[in-house]
Design a protein around this ligand. Structure first.
Ligand SMILES: [Zn+2]
Ligand SMILES: [Zn+2]
Length: 365
């Protein structure tokens, strides 16, 4: 089958013929219909995130189950599924506590670039190829743990479903599940890419009264306004915190989200919220980066600084719900699919993402 392989840090990806093993016990083969191109993949290309190489990237996919391995009973051939890149183990401290995105077992395997237990389903001429975030969805097919498969209704378009597997769930979940945005509140969203736009959709769904989108790219600000932001600002030339205060009688926003993960943005988000407000870090900065916050204010103002990983979601509960909301016309996820590309043009899709030309570029198989 064809797959986009990253052979060395810096790239480019090369689309090659690779071999995929049959699904082992507890595993499933999925034929991919679509795969979104995400900044987290790019972090592997640049080396900001480490993953063993050579590897097949891609972690935002949806498709149809083609085969199931021994012992798989939750899903069956023909099911339409969103791929979740965080199959929680169900039995570690965090899973038992009900916070599967913090699962310590899943996290360890993810960084090893393998399937659970250290096995690899990908190879080429007998040489191993590593997985990325369990999925390796820049390929015609993938073999994944059954727990990565989230069944969804069959009438939902799989291009949109793919985005629910990462960007949409991450952004929308940060607003709805982590911050628990309240009706009538004020929010600022830094970064209006796929995740930031999804956070804006989440704020709108939750009934926020004002939503400020802060992004240096005009196309992204325009898309944000179309999706429900009430105001948009260019943080390189405008004082976003001042705008937030202006909209809230001088206090500041109730919530601010950093979906960019760029240096200094958490501090800007901190500045934009009122006393007692909530700052949610969503965009993943490079390994080793730190966030600099005003320490006396941290004490006196009682602001809450937290992170949100994968939208703090429970994939099997929240992803089908997001798809239902989309199908009922309550979430405009179509606007996120800016362009589709064949797998052969995966490097062009990354270039469009890095140039800020797209909300999301999607590989269609
Ligand atoms: Zn992603
Ligand atoms: Zn666990």
């Amino acid at each position: 089958m064809r797959a986009a392989v990253l052979r060395e840090t810096g790239g480019p990806l090369t689309v090659e013929d690779v071999e995929l093993a049959a699904p082992g016990p507890g595993e499933v083969t999925v034929r991919l219909a679509a795969s979104g191109v995400c900044h987290s993949d790019w972090n592997v290309v640049t080396g900001a995130t480490s993953n063993p190489l050579p590897a097949v990237l891609g972690h935002e996919g949806a498709g149809v189950i083609e085969a199931v391995g021994a012992g798989v009973t939750d899903v069956a051939e023909g099911d339409h599924v969103i791929l979740s890149w965080l199959p929680s183990c169900g039995s570690c401290f965090y899973c038992v506590e009900g916070r599967g995105v913090l699962c310590e077992v899943a996290m360890a395997d993810m960084f090893a670039g393998t399937l659970p237990g250290g096995s690899l389903a990908l190879s080429q001429n007998g040489e191993p190829l590593y997985h990325y975030s369990y999925l390796s969805a820049f390929a015609e097919r993938c073999v994944v743990p059954a727990g990565c498969c989230v069944p969804i209704r069959r009438d939902a378009p799989l291009e949109v479903a793919a985005l629910v597997g990462c960007a949409v769930m991450t952004g929308l979940g940060a607003a709805v599940l982590r911050a628990r945005v309240a009706p009538g509140s004020a929010a600022v969203v830094f970064g209006a890419g796929g995740v930031g736009l999804s956070a804006i959709l989440g704020c709108k769904l939750a009934g926020a009264r004002s939503i400020v989108a802060a992004d240096p790219v005009a196309f992204k600000r325009e898309t944000a306004l179309r999706l429900g932001a009430t105001h948009a600002a260019d943080p390189t030339g405008e004082d976003v915190a001042a705008l937030a205060r202006e909209l809230t009688g001088g206090r500041g926003a109730d919530y601010a989200f950093d979906t960019a993960g760029a240096p200094g943005v958490v501090a800007q988000a901190y500045d934009a919220v009122r006393r007692g407000g909530t700052i949610v870090a969503v965009g993943l900065p490079p390994e080793g980066a730190t966030a600099d916050l005003p320490a006396p204010a941290l004490v006196r103002e009682e602001k809450v600084v937290t992170g949100s990983f994968y939208g703090s979601c429970r994939p099997h509960v929240d992803m089908p719900l997001v798809v239902d909301l989309y199908m009922e016309g309550r979430l405009d996820l179509d606007a996120l699919v800016s362009r589709t590309y064949p797998l052969e043009l995966v490097n062009e899709a990354f270039a469009a993402m890095n140039a800020g030309e797209v909300a999301r570029a999607v590989i269609r198989f």
